[in-house]
Design a protein around this ligand. Sequence first.
Ligand code: GLN
Length: 487
Amino acid sequence: MQLHNLTIRAASEMLASKKISSVELTQATLQRAHEVDSKIQAYVTIADDVALEQAKQADERIAKGENITPLTGIPFSMKDAISTRGVRTTCSSKILENYVPQYNATVTDKLADAGAVLIGKTNMDEFGMGSSCENSGLFNTRNPWDLDRVPGGSSGGAAASMSAGLCNFAIGEDTGGSVRMPAGFCNVTGIKPTYGRVSRYGLIALASSFDSIGPMTRDAYDCATVLQYIAGHDPKDSTSYKIQVTNYHENINKPVKGMKLGIPKEYFVAGMEVGVESSIQEAIRTYEKLGMEVHEVSLPHTKYALPVYYLLLFAEASSNLARFDGTRFGLSVSKDAKDVVDIYLQTRHEGFGDEVKRRIMLGAYALSAGYYDAYYLKAQKVRTLLRQDFENAFNSVDVLLAPTCPTTAFKLGEKTSDPLEMYLSDIYVVATNPAGVPGLALPCGFSNNMPVGMQLIGKHLDEQTLFQVGHAYQQVTDWHKQNPGNR
Ligand code: GLN
Protein backbone atom coordinates (compact mmCIF):
# COMPACT_ATOMS: atom_id res chain seq x y z
CA MET A 1 0.00 0.00 0.00
CA GLN A 2 1.17 3.53 -0.76
CA LEU A 3 2.00 5.81 2.13
CA HIS A 4 -0.72 8.32 1.40
CA ASN A 5 -3.53 5.81 1.66
CA LEU A 6 -2.55 4.30 4.98
CA THR A 7 -5.07 3.87 7.76
CA ILE A 8 -4.10 5.34 11.11
CA ARG A 9 -3.65 1.82 12.40
CA ALA A 10 -1.22 0.84 9.60
CA ALA A 11 0.72 4.11 9.78
CA SER A 12 0.99 3.82 13.55
CA GLU A 13 2.39 0.28 13.26
CA MET A 14 4.99 1.48 10.77
CA LEU A 15 6.00 4.27 13.11
CA ALA A 16 6.20 1.93 16.10
CA SER A 17 8.33 -0.61 14.23
CA LYS A 18 10.56 2.24 12.96
CA LYS A 19 9.92 1.37 9.31
CA ILE A 20 9.33 5.06 8.84
CA SER A 21 9.65 8.19 10.97
CA SER A 22 6.91 10.75 11.46
CA VAL A 23 9.12 13.35 9.77
CA GLU A 24 9.38 11.10 6.69
CA LEU A 25 5.64 10.42 6.65
CA THR A 26 4.90 14.11 7.14
CA GLN A 27 7.33 15.20 4.42
CA ALA A 28 5.76 12.74 1.98
CA THR A 29 2.27 14.01 2.88
CA LEU A 30 3.29 17.66 2.53
CA GLN A 31 4.96 17.00 -0.80
CA ARG A 32 1.87 15.25 -2.10
CA ALA A 33 -0.35 18.03 -0.76
CA HIS A 34 1.70 20.64 -2.64
CA GLU A 35 1.63 18.57 -5.85
CA VAL A 36 -1.88 17.14 -5.97
CA ASP A 37 -3.80 19.88 -4.22
CA SER A 38 -3.42 22.40 -7.01
CA LYS A 39 -6.12 20.34 -8.78
CA ILE A 40 -8.31 19.39 -5.81
CA GLN A 41 -7.96 22.54 -3.67
CA ALA A 42 -8.86 20.78 -0.43
CA TYR A 43 -6.52 22.92 1.65
CA VAL A 44 -6.92 26.62 2.42
CA THR A 45 -3.61 26.61 4.27
CA ILE A 46 -0.82 24.04 4.26
CA ALA A 47 1.05 24.45 7.54
CA ASP A 48 4.50 23.09 6.56
CA ASP A 49 6.40 24.52 9.53
CA VAL A 50 3.89 23.46 12.16
CA ALA A 51 3.64 19.98 10.63
CA LEU A 52 7.40 19.40 10.54
CA GLU A 53 7.86 20.68 14.09
CA GLN A 54 5.06 18.44 15.42
CA ALA A 55 6.47 15.48 13.47
CA LYS A 56 9.91 16.04 15.00
CA GLN A 57 8.40 16.09 18.48
CA ALA A 58 6.42 12.94 17.70
CA ASP A 59 9.63 11.18 16.62
CA GLU A 60 11.24 12.18 19.92
CA ARG A 61 8.29 10.72 21.83
CA ILE A 62 8.52 7.51 19.82
CA ALA A 63 12.31 7.28 20.31
CA LYS A 64 11.90 7.67 24.07
CA GLY A 65 8.97 5.29 24.12
CA GLU A 66 7.08 7.79 26.26
CA ASN A 67 3.54 9.02 26.05
CA ILE A 68 2.77 7.32 22.74
CA THR A 69 -0.82 7.15 21.50
CA PRO A 70 -2.22 5.62 18.28
CA LEU A 71 -2.25 9.17 16.87
CA THR A 72 1.36 10.04 17.68
CA GLY A 73 3.12 11.09 14.50
CA ILE A 74 0.03 10.74 12.29
CA PRO A 75 -0.71 13.53 9.74
CA PHE A 76 -4.21 15.01 9.78
CA SER A 77 -6.18 17.89 8.26
CA MET A 78 -8.50 20.23 10.16
CA LYS A 79 -11.64 21.96 8.91
CA ASP A 80 -10.97 25.68 8.77
CA ALA A 81 -13.74 26.42 11.27
CA ILE A 82 -11.65 25.10 14.15
CA SER A 83 -9.21 27.46 15.85
CA THR A 84 -5.49 26.77 15.58
CA ARG A 85 -3.16 29.13 17.44
CA GLY A 86 -0.78 30.82 15.02
CA VAL A 87 -2.34 29.13 11.97
CA ARG A 88 -4.82 31.17 9.92
CA THR A 89 -8.43 30.10 10.50
CA THR A 90 -10.74 31.51 7.84
CA CYS A 91 -14.04 29.59 8.00
CA SER A 92 -13.62 30.05 4.23
CA SER A 93 -14.98 33.56 4.59
CA LYS A 94 -13.52 36.82 3.32
CA ILE A 95 -14.40 38.31 6.68
CA LEU A 96 -11.85 36.02 8.39
CA GLU A 97 -9.45 35.61 5.46
CA ASN A 98 -6.49 36.91 7.44
CA TYR A 99 -7.58 35.94 10.94
CA VAL A 100 -4.96 34.14 13.01
CA PRO A 101 -6.35 32.84 16.33
CA GLN A 102 -4.47 33.48 19.54
CA TYR A 103 -5.75 30.30 21.12
CA ASN A 104 -6.44 26.68 20.24
CA ALA A 105 -9.78 24.94 20.14
CA THR A 106 -9.97 22.18 22.75
CA VAL A 107 -9.93 19.63 19.92
CA THR A 108 -6.71 21.18 18.54
CA ASP A 109 -5.12 20.92 21.99
CA LYS A 110 -6.27 17.35 22.47
CA LEU A 111 -4.85 16.24 19.13
CA ALA A 112 -1.56 18.01 19.86
CA ASP A 113 -1.42 16.28 23.25
CA ALA A 114 -1.97 12.94 21.52
CA GLY A 115 0.95 13.75 19.22
CA ALA A 116 -0.94 14.08 15.93
CA VAL A 117 0.59 16.20 13.15
CA LEU A 118 -1.42 19.09 11.67
CA ILE A 119 -0.84 19.23 7.89
CA GLY A 120 -3.23 22.09 7.19
CA LYS A 121 -6.67 23.63 7.26
CA THR A 122 -9.36 22.50 4.85
CA ASN A 123 -11.83 24.40 2.69
CA MET A 124 -15.53 24.48 3.51
CA ASP A 125 -18.72 26.30 2.66
CA GLU A 126 -18.49 29.75 4.27
CA PHE A 127 -19.22 29.34 8.00
CA GLY A 128 -20.48 25.82 7.22
CA MET A 129 -23.40 27.05 5.14
CA GLY A 130 -23.75 24.74 2.19
CA SER A 131 -23.63 21.23 0.81
CA SER A 132 -21.06 21.43 -1.96
CA CYS A 133 -18.19 23.71 -0.88
CA GLU A 134 -19.30 26.11 -3.62
CA ASN A 135 -20.32 28.63 -0.96
CA SER A 136 -16.71 28.94 0.12
CA GLY A 137 -15.75 32.63 -0.02
CA LEU A 138 -12.26 31.59 -1.17
CA PHE A 139 -12.43 28.94 -3.93
CA ASN A 140 -14.14 25.69 -4.92
CA THR A 141 -12.86 22.27 -3.89
CA ARG A 142 -13.19 19.46 -6.42
CA ASN A 143 -14.20 15.87 -5.85
CA PRO A 144 -11.08 13.68 -6.23
CA TRP A 145 -13.27 11.01 -7.91
CA ASP A 146 -14.30 13.39 -10.71
CA LEU A 147 -12.88 16.89 -10.86
CA ASP A 148 -16.05 18.24 -12.49
CA ARG A 149 -18.09 17.28 -9.42
CA VAL A 150 -18.43 18.75 -5.93
CA PRO A 151 -16.97 17.03 -2.86
CA GLY A 152 -20.12 17.73 -0.82
CA GLY A 153 -20.29 20.13 2.09
CA SER A 154 -19.79 21.85 4.20
CA SER A 155 -16.68 19.83 5.21
CA GLY A 156 -15.88 19.22 1.53
CA GLY A 157 -12.20 20.04 1.84
CA ALA A 158 -11.89 17.59 4.73
CA ALA A 159 -13.51 14.76 2.75
CA ALA A 160 -11.46 15.56 -0.37
CA SER A 161 -8.25 15.66 1.69
CA MET A 162 -9.02 12.08 2.77
CA SER A 163 -9.95 10.57 -0.58
CA ALA A 164 -7.08 12.32 -2.38
CA GLY A 165 -4.63 10.88 0.17
CA LEU A 166 -3.54 14.24 1.58
CA CYS A 167 -3.62 13.15 5.24
CA ASN A 168 -4.34 10.02 7.30
CA PHE A 169 -7.39 11.43 9.04
CA ALA A 170 -9.41 14.63 8.88
CA ILE A 171 -11.34 16.62 11.45
CA GLY A 172 -14.67 17.90 10.18
CA GLU A 173 -17.72 19.46 11.75
CA ASP A 174 -21.37 18.54 11.33
CA THR A 175 -24.21 20.98 12.08
CA GLY A 176 -26.62 19.41 9.62
CA GLY A 177 -24.75 16.67 7.80
CA SER A 178 -21.45 18.37 7.05
CA VAL A 179 -19.35 15.35 8.01
CA ARG A 180 -21.63 12.59 6.71
CA MET A 181 -22.76 14.05 3.42
CA PRO A 182 -19.28 14.88 2.01
CA ALA A 183 -17.97 11.59 3.45
CA GLY A 184 -20.60 9.85 1.30
CA PHE A 185 -19.65 11.88 -1.80
CA CYS A 186 -15.93 11.12 -1.41
CA ASN A 187 -15.97 7.48 -0.17
CA VAL A 188 -14.81 8.28 3.34
CA THR A 189 -15.91 7.02 6.77
CA GLY A 190 -16.96 9.78 9.20
CA ILE A 191 -18.94 10.34 12.36
CA LYS A 192 -21.14 13.06 13.74
CA PRO A 193 -20.90 12.24 17.44
CA THR A 194 -23.71 12.82 19.94
CA TYR A 195 -24.20 16.57 20.49
CA GLY A 196 -22.05 17.51 23.50
CA ARG A 197 -19.67 14.54 23.29
CA VAL A 198 -16.85 16.64 21.77
CA SER A 199 -16.10 20.13 23.08
CA ARG A 200 -17.12 23.00 20.82
CA TYR A 201 -14.69 25.41 22.48
CA GLY A 202 -12.75 27.16 19.72
CA LEU A 203 -15.05 26.00 16.96
CA ILE A 204 -16.37 29.04 15.11
CA ALA A 205 -20.07 28.68 15.80
CA LEU A 206 -22.71 28.15 13.12
CA ALA A 207 -25.72 26.87 15.10
CA SER A 208 -24.54 26.30 18.66
CA SER A 209 -27.26 23.81 19.58
CA PHE A 210 -26.38 21.55 16.60
CA ASP A 211 -22.64 21.94 15.99
CA SER A 212 -20.69 18.70 16.47
CA ILE A 213 -17.01 18.16 15.65
CA GLY A 214 -16.26 14.71 14.23
CA PRO A 215 -13.48 12.76 12.48
CA MET A 216 -13.24 11.45 8.91
CA THR A 217 -11.12 8.36 8.40
CA ARG A 218 -10.48 5.37 6.12
CA ASP A 219 -12.55 2.99 8.25
CA ALA A 220 -14.76 2.67 11.32
CA TYR A 221 -11.89 1.35 13.44
CA ASP A 222 -9.83 4.51 12.83
CA CYS A 223 -12.89 6.66 13.42
CA ALA A 224 -13.26 5.14 16.89
CA THR A 225 -9.57 5.80 17.54
CA VAL A 226 -9.81 9.51 16.75
CA LEU A 227 -13.08 10.03 18.62
CA GLN A 228 -11.47 8.41 21.67
CA TYR A 229 -8.90 11.21 21.77
CA ILE A 230 -11.13 14.19 21.03
CA ALA A 231 -14.23 13.31 23.09
CA GLY A 232 -14.81 14.25 26.71
CA HIS A 233 -15.97 16.89 29.13
CA ASP A 234 -14.49 20.35 28.81
CA PRO A 235 -14.97 22.99 31.50
CA LYS A 236 -14.79 25.57 28.69
CA ASP A 237 -17.92 24.15 27.01
CA SER A 238 -20.83 23.89 29.41
CA THR A 239 -22.82 21.83 26.91
CA SER A 240 -20.19 19.06 26.85
CA TYR A 241 -21.24 15.87 28.66
CA LYS A 242 -19.80 15.39 32.13
CA ILE A 243 -19.77 11.62 31.84
CA GLN A 244 -16.76 9.43 31.12
CA VAL A 245 -15.88 8.59 27.52
CA THR A 246 -16.73 5.03 26.51
CA ASN A 247 -13.98 2.74 25.23
CA TYR A 248 -14.97 2.83 21.57
CA HIS A 249 -12.95 -0.23 20.58
CA GLU A 250 -14.25 -2.43 23.37
CA ASN A 251 -17.01 -4.13 21.35
CA ILE A 252 -15.70 -3.44 17.89
CA ASN A 253 -14.95 -7.07 17.06
CA LYS A 254 -18.11 -8.50 18.63
CA PRO A 255 -20.44 -10.18 16.11
CA VAL A 256 -23.59 -8.25 15.28
CA LYS A 257 -25.71 -11.42 15.05
CA GLY A 258 -29.07 -10.98 16.74
CA MET A 259 -28.82 -7.18 16.88
CA LYS A 260 -31.73 -5.19 15.45
CA LEU A 261 -31.34 -2.94 12.43
CA GLY A 262 -34.11 -0.41 11.78
CA ILE A 263 -34.90 0.88 8.31
CA PRO A 264 -36.84 4.17 8.54
CA LYS A 265 -39.49 3.95 5.86
CA GLU A 266 -39.69 7.73 5.42
CA TYR A 267 -36.11 7.72 4.10
CA PHE A 268 -36.98 5.65 1.04
CA VAL A 269 -39.00 7.96 -1.13
CA ALA A 270 -39.25 8.81 -4.82
CA GLY A 271 -36.38 10.83 -6.19
CA MET A 272 -33.57 8.69 -4.87
CA GLU A 273 -30.94 7.83 -7.50
CA VAL A 274 -31.47 4.20 -8.58
CA GLY A 275 -27.85 3.23 -7.91
CA VAL A 276 -28.01 4.80 -4.43
CA GLU A 277 -31.13 2.84 -3.53
CA SER A 278 -29.68 -0.46 -4.81
CA SER A 279 -26.43 0.06 -2.88
CA ILE A 280 -28.38 0.69 0.31
CA GLN A 281 -30.54 -2.41 -0.27
CA GLU A 282 -27.37 -4.43 -0.83
CA ALA A 283 -25.96 -3.14 2.48
CA ILE A 284 -29.15 -4.20 4.25
CA ARG A 285 -28.76 -7.69 2.76
CA THR A 286 -25.15 -7.79 3.96
CA TYR A 287 -26.35 -7.10 7.49
CA GLU A 288 -28.97 -9.81 7.16
CA LYS A 289 -26.23 -12.23 6.18
CA LEU A 290 -24.30 -11.15 9.26
CA GLY A 291 -27.31 -12.23 11.29
CA MET A 292 -28.89 -8.89 12.12
CA GLU A 293 -32.67 -8.74 12.36
CA VAL A 294 -34.00 -6.13 9.96
CA HIS A 295 -37.16 -4.20 10.90
CA GLU A 296 -38.98 -1.41 9.16
CA VAL A 297 -39.51 1.52 11.53
CA SER A 298 -41.24 4.86 11.22
CA LEU A 299 -39.90 8.33 12.04
CA PRO A 300 -43.21 10.06 11.37
CA HIS A 301 -42.03 13.67 11.62
CA THR A 302 -39.22 13.27 9.08
CA LYS A 303 -40.98 15.50 6.57
CA TYR A 304 -40.55 18.43 8.96
CA ALA A 305 -36.85 17.82 9.58
CA LEU A 306 -35.56 19.99 6.74
CA PRO A 307 -37.72 23.09 7.45
CA VAL A 308 -37.15 22.77 11.21
CA TYR A 309 -33.42 22.39 10.78
CA TYR A 310 -33.08 25.32 8.40
CA LEU A 311 -35.34 27.63 10.37
CA LEU A 312 -33.50 27.02 13.62
CA LEU A 313 -30.13 27.17 11.88
CA PHE A 314 -30.92 30.55 10.31
CA ALA A 315 -32.00 31.88 13.70
CA GLU A 316 -28.93 30.65 15.58
CA ALA A 317 -26.56 31.64 12.79
CA SER A 318 -27.93 35.18 12.55
CA SER A 319 -27.24 35.63 16.23
CA ASN A 320 -23.81 33.91 16.19
CA LEU A 321 -22.58 35.88 13.21
CA ALA A 322 -23.41 39.23 14.82
CA ARG A 323 -19.89 39.19 16.28
CA PHE A 324 -18.31 39.77 12.88
CA ASP A 325 -18.72 43.52 12.76
CA GLY A 326 -15.31 44.87 11.77
CA THR A 327 -14.45 46.14 15.26
CA ARG A 328 -13.11 43.06 16.96
CA PHE A 329 -11.34 40.66 14.64
CA GLY A 330 -11.01 39.83 10.98
CA LEU A 331 -11.85 42.20 8.17
CA SER A 332 -12.60 45.83 8.97
CA VAL A 333 -13.77 48.17 6.23
CA SER A 334 -13.82 51.74 7.45
CA LYS A 335 -13.18 53.71 4.29
CA ASP A 336 -15.05 57.04 4.55
CA ALA A 337 -17.08 55.64 7.46
CA LYS A 338 -19.10 58.34 9.20
CA ASP A 339 -19.65 56.31 12.34
CA VAL A 340 -19.35 52.83 13.78
CA VAL A 341 -22.60 51.68 12.16
CA ASP A 342 -21.02 52.46 8.79
CA ILE A 343 -18.10 50.19 9.71
CA TYR A 344 -20.50 47.38 10.60
CA LEU A 345 -22.42 47.77 7.38
CA GLN A 346 -19.44 48.06 5.04
CA THR A 347 -17.52 45.23 6.66
CA ARG A 348 -20.45 42.82 6.58
CA HIS A 349 -21.39 43.87 3.06
CA GLU A 350 -17.90 43.14 1.75
CA GLY A 351 -16.97 40.27 4.03
CA PHE A 352 -19.98 37.95 3.84
CA GLY A 353 -21.04 35.96 0.78
CA ASP A 354 -24.59 35.78 -0.58
CA GLU A 355 -25.64 32.60 1.26
CA VAL A 356 -24.45 33.98 4.59
CA LYS A 357 -26.38 37.23 4.05
CA ARG A 358 -29.48 35.29 3.00
CA ARG A 359 -29.39 33.20 6.17
CA ILE A 360 -28.74 36.15 8.48
CA MET A 361 -31.74 37.97 7.03
CA LEU A 362 -34.04 34.96 7.26
CA GLY A 363 -32.85 34.18 10.79
CA ALA A 364 -33.33 37.73 12.01
CA TYR A 365 -36.82 37.66 10.51
CA ALA A 366 -37.73 34.39 12.24
CA LEU A 367 -36.53 35.81 15.57
CA SER A 368 -38.21 39.19 15.24
CA ALA A 369 -40.92 40.14 17.73
CA GLY A 370 -43.90 39.68 15.42
CA TYR A 371 -42.83 36.33 14.04
CA TYR A 372 -40.99 34.58 16.85
CA ASP A 373 -43.96 32.50 18.01
CA ALA A 374 -45.02 31.53 14.52
CA TYR A 375 -41.59 30.40 13.35
CA TYR A 376 -38.85 29.96 15.93
CA LEU A 377 -41.00 28.71 18.80
CA LYS A 378 -43.02 26.43 16.55
CA ALA A 379 -39.84 24.94 15.09
CA GLN A 380 -38.48 24.30 18.59
CA LYS A 381 -41.64 22.36 19.42
CA VAL A 382 -41.35 20.24 16.29
CA ARG A 383 -37.70 19.69 17.16
CA THR A 384 -38.89 17.88 20.30
CA LEU A 385 -41.09 15.67 18.13
CA LEU A 386 -38.11 14.81 15.92
CA ARG A 387 -36.16 13.77 18.98
CA GLN A 388 -39.06 11.66 20.22
CA ASP A 389 -39.25 9.91 16.83
CA PHE A 390 -35.72 8.63 17.35
CA GLU A 391 -36.37 7.70 20.99
CA ASN A 392 -39.41 5.68 19.97
CA ALA A 393 -37.55 3.93 17.16
CA PHE A 394 -34.74 2.98 19.53
CA ASN A 395 -37.24 1.22 21.80
CA SER A 396 -37.40 -1.51 19.19
CA VAL A 397 -34.05 -1.43 17.31
CA ASP A 398 -30.36 -0.94 18.12
CA VAL A 399 -29.36 1.19 15.12
CA LEU A 400 -30.97 2.75 12.08
CA LEU A 401 -29.63 2.56 8.54
CA ALA A 402 -30.28 5.22 5.88
CA PRO A 403 -28.56 6.81 2.88
CA THR A 404 -26.47 9.96 3.43
CA CYS A 405 -27.83 11.66 0.30
CA PRO A 406 -30.48 10.87 -2.35
CA THR A 407 -27.84 11.21 -5.10
CA THR A 408 -24.12 10.83 -5.65
CA ALA A 409 -21.92 13.92 -6.03
CA PHE A 410 -23.42 16.42 -8.44
CA LYS A 411 -21.63 18.61 -10.99
CA LEU A 412 -20.08 21.93 -10.01
CA GLY A 413 -22.60 24.67 -10.73
CA GLU A 414 -25.54 22.28 -10.95
CA LYS A 415 -27.35 23.62 -7.87
CA THR A 416 -25.78 27.00 -7.20
CA SER A 417 -28.58 29.02 -8.73
CA ASP A 418 -31.26 27.42 -6.55
CA PRO A 419 -30.64 27.44 -2.78
CA LEU A 420 -33.69 25.26 -2.12
CA GLU A 421 -32.34 22.52 -4.42
CA MET A 422 -29.09 22.67 -2.47
CA TYR A 423 -30.92 22.43 0.90
CA LEU A 424 -32.80 19.36 -0.37
CA SER A 425 -29.59 17.38 -0.74
CA ASP A 426 -29.41 17.42 3.09
CA ILE A 427 -32.74 15.67 3.49
CA TYR A 428 -31.34 12.49 5.08
CA VAL A 429 -28.72 14.04 7.30
CA VAL A 430 -30.40 16.98 9.02
CA ALA A 431 -32.82 15.20 11.38
CA THR A 432 -30.07 13.80 13.61
CA ASN A 433 -28.74 17.25 14.55
CA PRO A 434 -31.92 18.71 16.07
CA ALA A 435 -32.29 15.33 17.83
CA GLY A 436 -28.65 15.30 18.99
CA VAL A 437 -28.13 11.60 18.14
CA PRO A 438 -24.89 10.27 16.55
CA GLY A 439 -24.52 9.16 12.92
CA LEU A 440 -21.69 7.19 11.31
CA ALA A 441 -21.28 7.48 7.51
CA LEU A 442 -19.73 4.57 5.61
CA PRO A 443 -18.97 3.92 1.93
CA CYS A 444 -21.41 1.31 0.57
CA GLY A 445 -21.04 1.14 -3.21
CA PHE A 446 -20.90 3.09 -6.45
CA SER A 447 -23.52 4.56 -8.74
CA ASN A 448 -22.43 5.87 -12.15
CA ASN A 449 -18.84 5.46 -10.97
CA MET A 450 -19.33 7.81 -8.03
CA PRO A 451 -19.27 6.71 -4.36
CA VAL A 452 -22.48 6.05 -2.42
CA GLY A 453 -22.67 6.65 1.33
CA MET A 454 -24.89 5.17 4.01
CA GLN A 455 -25.24 6.20 7.63
CA LEU A 456 -25.88 4.27 10.80
CA ILE A 457 -27.78 6.34 13.37
CA GLY A 458 -27.58 5.43 17.04
CA LYS A 459 -28.91 6.26 20.48
CA HIS A 460 -27.55 9.22 22.41
CA LEU A 461 -23.96 8.47 23.45
CA ASP A 462 -24.03 5.03 21.87
CA GLU A 463 -21.20 5.61 19.38
CA GLN A 464 -19.77 2.30 20.55
CA THR A 465 -22.58 0.37 18.85
CA LEU A 466 -22.20 2.41 15.66
CA PHE A 467 -18.51 1.51 15.47
CA GLN A 468 -19.27 -2.14 16.14
CA VAL A 469 -21.94 -2.32 13.44
CA GLY A 470 -19.87 -0.24 11.00
CA HIS A 471 -16.75 -2.31 11.58
CA ALA A 472 -18.68 -5.57 11.06
CA TYR A 473 -19.76 -4.29 7.64
CA GLN A 474 -16.24 -3.25 6.70
CA GLN A 475 -14.91 -6.70 7.61
CA VAL A 476 -16.98 -8.26 4.83
CA THR A 477 -16.98 -5.47 2.20
CA ASP A 478 -14.20 -3.44 0.65
CA TRP A 479 -15.95 -0.31 -0.57
CA HIS A 480 -14.04 1.71 2.01
CA LYS A 481 -10.74 0.53 0.54
CA GLN A 482 -11.47 2.03 -2.88
CA ASN A 483 -9.82 5.32 -3.71
CA PRO A 484 -9.59 7.37 -6.90
CA GLY A 485 -6.12 5.90 -7.53
CA ASN A 486 -6.94 2.20 -7.25
CA ARG A 487 -10.32 1.98 -8.90
N1 GLN B 1 -25.82 21.66 4.40
C1 GLN B 1 -25.93 22.12 5.75
C2 GLN B 1 -26.26 23.59 5.74
O1 GLN B 1 -26.04 24.21 4.72
C3 GLN B 1 -24.65 21.83 6.43
C4 GLN B 1 -24.41 22.51 7.72
C5 GLN B 1 -23.27 21.92 8.47
O2 GLN B 1 -23.35 20.75 8.85
N2 GLN B 1 -22.25 22.71 8.78
O3 GLN B 1 -26.72 24.13 6.70
